[in-house]
Design a protein around this ligand. Structure first.
Ligand SMILES: [Fe+2]
Length: 405
């Protein structure tokens, strides 16, 4: 007798409802479409009465921010906006934000936006309680112990892109304009107390931005997975994060209104930043000097260097790539299979193939290599790196030469 399978009807309402959750690690996360409606309630749950909303100048002009501020004010909160910050934020953005915070006698920060706004907001929340310069809190040795924890402001993070994962990160990346280096400012309490992760806020992102930030999320999950330190929790999260990206990034780029794809990409972004407590690697080491000196987009730069770094690290990754390929259900369950997938994905979402296409020249290889070597991400690379290695790897990324393949 023939069996009939009755497929459940997946209405938009059912899909939306299935994509909600209240999570408690790595911090309190209210996840799901429409959750931005809970912003005022979130402020109240942290006892905030006068939050400073930190965002970027482009977002500040959009109804998304006006609506959020209006909702807070309607709920009796004295909410003001600070938006004097740039992509790849610098120290003066933080200093000006701290001044605005003190001027308005605020009692907490809502960091609202992409990576630059989130990182600036988190840094402002750190610096409102400090007397030392921000560079004293760089992620080196135990420098974070210099922080006056009692002076730090509580932070709510609201991401509007799916990539950086800064909303669940314990650091901010701030560019030091004195030597054009990106520095990681770190304290465990920089992890926002509460995150509102609402994928509807990402619906308006154009395809090229969705692609670039999505590849940043992939680089976090992939580098964390490849990093050699012992951390099975992070490794498990990274694997599932990569599966979500494998299954949903092309759909999110192709149809920005696909809320299911947008939701899974937002989750994958949170997962990448949760996983990279395990370590990052040479993708971020190579990328940071490009952004600090030439203002290239962080996620896009990571996406360009990704296959070259993977090929460079191949001697340490054969077995791990077999496991990853099996988990992703790739055609070839081998190192080549993973590399093939990444190259196909980059082509499908229109990522350039070489750093030359981002304006990086051969002469930059020698200039950037020492900065890449000094980058805190370098310690997590599965293959030990020297300055000379970085110069050689830069040349491969600039000229489009995949080594060892
Ligand atoms: Fe990143």
């Amino acid at each position: 007798m023939r069996e009939f399978i009755i497929k459940p009807v997946r209405s938009r309402e059912n899909v939306m409802a299935s994509l909600r959750g209240n999570w408690n690690y790595p911090t309190a996360v209210r996840f799901g479409p429409g959750r931005i409606g809970e912003l005022a309630d979130a402020c109240k749950s942290l006892n905030l009465k006068r939050p400073l909303l930190v965002t970027d100048p482009a977002l500040a002009k959009l109804p998304m921010i006006a609506n959020a501020v209006a909702a807070c004010r309607d709920a009796g909160l004295a909410c003001e906006v600070f938006s004097e910050l740039q992509a790849n934020p610098v120290e003066s953005n933080v200093t000006n934000g701290v001044a605005a915070y003190r001027r308005g006698t605020h009692d907490g920060v809502i960091a609202f936006g992409g990576g630059s706004a989130l990182d600036t907001g988190k840094a402002v929340a750190l610096m409102v309680g400090q007397t030392r310069p921000i560079w004293d809190f760089e992620d080196r040795e135990d420098w974070y112990t210099r922080v006056n924890v009692a002076g730090m402001a509580p932070t709510i993070a609201v991401p509007t892109t799916s990539g950086t994962g800064s909303e669940v990160g314990r650091a901010s990346v701030i560019t030091d304009t004195r030597d054009h280096t990106k520095k990681i400012i770190f304290h465990p309490r920089m992890l926002p107390a509460l995150v509102i992760a609402d994928p509807e806020l990402t619906l308006g992102l154009p395809p090229h931005v969705t692609a670039a930030v999505g590849m940043d999320a992939l680089s976090h999950n992939l580098e964390a997975y490849c990093s050699p330190s012992y951390h099975p929790l992070a490794e498990g999260i990274a694997l599932e994060g990569m599966r979500l990206i494998h299954d949903w990034l092309p759909a999110a780029v192709k149809d920005g209104s696909d809320i299911e794809a947008r939701s899974h990409m937002m989750a994958a972004s949170l997962m990448g930043a949760t996983a990279f407590q395990k370590g990052l690697g040479a993708m971020h080491s190579l990328s940071h000097p490009c952004s600090a000196n030439l203002n290239t987009h962080h996620g896009l730069t990571n996406a360009v260097v990704m296959p070259y770094v993977l090929a460079w690290n191949r001697p340490a990754l054969e077995e791990k790539m077999v496991r990853l390929a099996a988990f992703l259900g790739l055609r070839r369950q081998s190192f080549e299979g993973v590399l093939e997938w990444i190259l196909e994905l980059r082509r499908a979402i229109n990522i350039p193939n070489t750093l030359a296409e981002l304006g990086v020249k051969d002469s930059h290889a020698e200039q950037f290599a020492p900065q890449a070597f000094e980058d805190p991400s370098t310690g997590g690379n599965p293959v030990p790196m020297t300055t000379e290695h970085f110069a050689a790897l830069y040349r491969q990324c600039i000229q489009g030469q995949l080594s060892g393949i």
